[in-house]
Design a protein. Structure first.
Length: 183
């Protein structure tokens, strides 16, 4: 099986689930299309990644799994921060609010393409400027959509509650992926 992602979190989740995988990241244009919403975006990107890797690298009927995760607040896409100031801005906007984490997943196998989007609501505690500054200084938010990682040593302290799949917020709704692979 191929994982079309080099995300350490996705690699770890697939390994913990007992899968032997080849990691072959996709190289596609990830630009947002005009009028495209965040949830449509993640599904389209997951499909494009899976299909690109399947065409170039998959053996006959070898499954290719691709995923793309975004953070959205009131319909606004919050990608990876461009720097510390951007991370602070994102964390201020998430403070005390509920946002959505959506992961688009695609499993391509031969001529079959199965894709879905899993959405989890995440609510942050009210964060002080000092808490935000201290978190940004850890470096943890710098390579993560929405400027936080729920699985991180420090990021988990920002989250008051979630409604949905925890592993979706990490980057791959692994139980749903396994069920789709079996189905």
């Amino acid at each position: 099986m191929i994982l079309a992602s080099q995300s350490p979190r996705r690699i770890e989740l697939m390994g913990e689930a007992g899968f032997e995988i080849r990691v072959i990241p996709a190289d596609i244009d990830e630009s947002v299309l005009p009028g495209e919403g965040p949830f449509e975006l993640v599904e389209r990107l997951a499909r494009a990644k899976a299909q690109a890797v399947a065409r170039q690298h998959a053996e006959l009927d070898e499954p290719v799994i691709a995923a793309d995760t975004i953070v959205a607040l009131d319909g606004e896409l919050l990608g990876k921060p461009a720097g510390k100031a951007d991370a602070r801005r994102m964390l201020h906007s998430l403070s005390g609010k509920t946002h959505q984490v959506a992961t688009g997943v695609c499993i391509a196998r031969g001529d079959s393409v199965d894709s879905f989007v899993d959405i989890t609501d995440v609510t942050f505690y009210e964060l002080t400027d000092a808490e935000i500054d201290a978190y940004v200084e850890t470096g943890e938010p710098m390579d993560k959509a929405g400027a936080y990682g729920i699985q991180g040593q420090h990021g988990r302290m920002l989250v008051e509650k979630i409604d949905g799949d925890f592993y979706n917020v990490v980057g791959l709704p692994i139980a749903k992926v396994i069920r789709r692979l079996r189905g």
